[in-house]
Design a protein around this ligand. Structure first.
Ligand code: FAD
Length: 414
């Protein structure tokens, strides 16, 4: 039997930021990861720090705090290719650009320094987008990172902070003695700790089910591809108009119809949604995304996803048609009903904390770790933990929860 103050289960961005934060507070931390750091959704994600797409209210507050903490982390961790590059959403027609202007006004009221770009301004920021667009929204606060590199940087930082990293060991059970969680069983061994933080992403559900907790989120599969380096350069993250269909943030008064901006081929792929998005890495390679579906825990690519993504993106960004595809992959992230993570003590089980349900983890991981530290009484956090409570997702809270969150749409992107 091995013991520590805290066991963190899961070595994605959520588990790694939590382990580092708690170790910084002087706790003896053990992190148990079934594969390697970043093996799950974190290491497979496209690295978007998309603030403009986060809904007004708590979601945007979380994203803005996350954006601040990512930038701060970029100054103290080894490089994870963080770029404060801004982001744009392009629109095709003058009518849609009028909508974009209303959206930008709403975002300005929310405190984002956004503006509308005309066609020439948009093309100067992304010369490979089709030249007949009407214009774009622009948010200088959007950014980009390499989340796989971030996981490696966090794992190195964790080791420096004295975190014991147990890799390639799967937690099979949460150990209980009466009403108290006393540790976990992993790799046939018992690991004891005063507190267990469950940060196993979409796999957290399987570990809490034996404790009687109901379904807390749905698995959202996302797919992405990486091209060879391009001969041109663009800095921002770029979304197509389908972002306005996928993200409830765009559902402002007068735009209540989610199908208005759905991609023209949506009817051909009834189980899938498409978020058109691209970003160019510093090495010139282009990340492409992103078909979305909720067909279970499959973390493999689909033919429908490939067909739709490659045809849509080569139509919107014609230069991509000639590029070699170096990788095409899928991953699964947990999607709660309101897209907010679950960061809470499990009621009735002393010493068990959930830090899971992160669907836009690039922005929510660092603040989530601060909320955990606050739950443990180690530090204050400017975000209250209340919006991330477990109780909001328990069955008797469902009606109240749904009423509180207009525009909720389960099939959304991170
Ligand atoms: C293709 C794709 C694109 C995405 N794009 C973006 C984006 O651009 N921007 C954004 O903000 N978000 C994006 N996301 C979502 C983002 O990746 C997630 O929100 C985030 O990675 C969640 O982090 P996590 O640490 O909770 O989960 P994960 O990264 O999945 O980590 C969970 C870890 O737990 C481990 N684990 C599981 N079970 C056990 C067990 N029993 N014992 C021990 N360890 C276990 C797994 O191996 C895994 O490493 C994307 C996701 C995907 C798949």
């Amino acid at each position: 039997m091995r013991s520590s103050d805290i066991i963190v289960v899961g070595g994605g961005t959520v588990g790694l930021t939590t382990a580092c934060t708690l170790a910084e507070h002087g706790l003896k931390v053990r992190l148990i990861e079934s594969h390697s750091p970043g093996w799950g959704a974190s290491g497979r994600n496209q690295g978007f720090l998309g603030v403009q797409t986060r809904k007004s209210g708590v979601e945007l507050q979380l994203a803005l705090f996350g954006r601040e903490l990512v930038e701060e982390a970029s100054l103290r961790l080894s490089s994870f290719s963080f770029r404060p590059c801004g982001g744009m959403t392009v629109f095709d027609t003058e009518r849609d650009l009028e909508f974009a202007a209303e959206f930008v006004s709403q975002r300005n009221r929310d405190g984002l320094p956004m503006e509308v770009l005309n066609r020439d301004q948009a093309l100067s920021k992304c010369p490979i987008v089709r030249h007949d667009i009407a214009g774009a929204t622009w948010n200088p606060l959007d950014g980009h990172q390499n989340t796989g590199e971030l996981c490696a940087a966090l794992a190195a930082a964790a080791e420096r902070l004295g975190v014991e990293l147990n890799l390639e060991i799967r937690v099979t059970r949460i150990l209980l003695e009466g009403d108290a969680c006393t540790g976990v069983e992993a790799g046939g061994e018992e690991f004891r700790a005063g507190t267990v933080v469950l940060a196993a992403g979409v796999w957290s559900q399987g570990l809490v089910e034996p404790l009687g907790l109901p379904t807390l989120f749905a698995p959202l599969r996302m797919q992405g591809a990486l091209t060879e380096p391009g001969p041109w350069r663009f800095e921002p993250i770029v979304y197509g108009p389908s972002a306005a269909s996928v993200y409830p943030a765009f559902r402002i008064p007068g735009n209540d119809d989610p199908s208005r901006f759905a991609h023209q081929d949506a009817a051909r792929y009834p189980d899938t949604m498409l978020l058109e998005c691209i970003a160019q890495r510093p090495d010139g390679r282009v990340l492409m995304g992103c078909p979305l579906d909720m067909l279970g825990l499959k973390d493999v690519t689909s033919t429908a996803g490939a067909a739709w993504m490659f045809s849509a993106l080569t139509s919107r960004f014609p230069e991509l048609g000639a590029m070699a595809i170096e990788r095409f992959w899928a991953g699964v992230a947990p999607m709660t009903k309101d897209s907010l993570p679950i960061i809470d003590k499990v009621p009735g089980v002393d010493g068990l904390i959930l830090n899971t349900g992160h669907v836009f983890g690039n922005l929510s991981s660092f603040p989530g770790a601060r909320v955990v530290a606050a739950l443990l009484g180690l530090a204050d956090c400017k975000l209250s933990s209340t919006p991330f409570s477990l109780s909001r997702l328990l069955p008797d809270q469902e009606t109240a929860h749904r009423t509180d969150t207009p525009g909720t749409d389960e099939r959304r992107h991170a």
